[in-house]
Ligand binder design. Structure first.
Ligand code: SF4
Length: 284
């Protein structure tokens, strides 16, 4: 058994704070490259014009004065904690939320979270709480990935408990229907995260995790990669285009993740990321 390594919770707070501040201004290079590729391929003049504006918007945001989008997102945190790590000094959840709180406050980012969702809908004022997914993994490191996720595209996500007999064709038509119905509300072009299998809640988490992959990186299983490529072509053939004004570039990538499931089930979830894909990673 490895030695236990102590990590001060303040390091986690610092990493989350810095990531919240950085990602809202600087679109990751893989996303920027995907938008540039889409600009090269787009056949519609208005679509090309929109993509030029998105590229210009990336450049302006990177100057650090204005965030990439007025919707600075809710904070999703994927944290993998090595089982040989002992976190000291504060509770892990508190440490993460403190990072979100201070990052959003000090960078003047919009607070977009309301507590008490159907009664008072009172803004918590600091973008907390974060939505945290924790995994215990081998090793003595902590890997933190933060995503600032837009609400508009999130609202267009869908979940279905298909029948096993619906099969692969049922999955494909559910994904395509979801992208078609999302239209302008998901702020295209974006990334389509698909989770297939697991159970009710795991399918949704798979779909969210799928968005965290490098943009356009194919799944290692060639059958899944083939499905991703087919869905990519078919989503773009819908003709929705950048900002839904028509065109050939509706999605920048389709990422699929799969997991074992029950013999009676075929859960599928689709989570849509908009063109404001803001994510970053730190390893402590
Ligand atoms: S869905 Fe994305 S691009 Fe649209 S307003 Fe929200 S963060 Fe901005």
């Amino acid at each position: 058994m490895g030695q236990v390594r102590e990590v001060d919770a303040a390091e986690i707070t610092r990493a989350v704070r810095e990531l919240c501040m950085e990602i809202n201004y600087k679109v990751p290079e893989d996303m920027a490259a995907a938008i540039r590729r889409a600009r090269e391929k787009e056949e519609s003049p208005i679509g090309r014009q929109i993509l030029d504006l998105l590229i210009r918007n990336q450049e302006l945001a990177a100057q650090g004065e204005y965030p990439y989008c007025q919707d600075t997102g809710y904070t999703v945190v994927f944290i993998d904690v090595g089982q040989d790590v002992h976190i000291v000094g504060a509770d892990l959840t508190d440490a993460i939320n403190e990072g979100v709180r201070s990052g959003y406050r000090d960078a003047y980012l919009r607070a977009s979270i309301v507590a008490d969702p159907v009664f008072e809908r009172r803004n918590t004022g600091d973008n907390t709480p974060a939505f945290i997914h924790t995994r215990i993994v081998p090793g003595d490191q902590i890997r933190i990935q933060v995503d600032a996720k837009g609400g508009g595209s999130e609202n267009k996500g869908r979940h279905a408990m298909l029948k096993p007999s619906d099969g692969l064709e049922g999955v494909k038509s559910f994904v395509l229907r979801t992208v078609a119905e999302a239209g302008p509300d998901a702020c295209p072009p974006g990334i389509i995260g698909v989770g297939i299998g697991g159970n009710f809640e795991y399918a949704a988490i798979l779909a969210k995790r799928a968005l965290m992959r490098k943009v356009g990186q194919p799944h290692p299983d060639p059958r899944v990669a083939e499905l991703e490529a087919e869905l990519f072509e078919k989503c773009n053939a819908l003709g929705i285009g950048p900002q839904s004004l028509g065109g050939t570039q509706t999605v920048l990538a389709v990422h699929v993740e799969t997991m074992a499931t029950h013999i009676a089930s075929l859960p599928v979830a689709v989570n849509i990321e908009c063109h404001a894909h803001r994510t970053g990673t730190r390893v402590i």
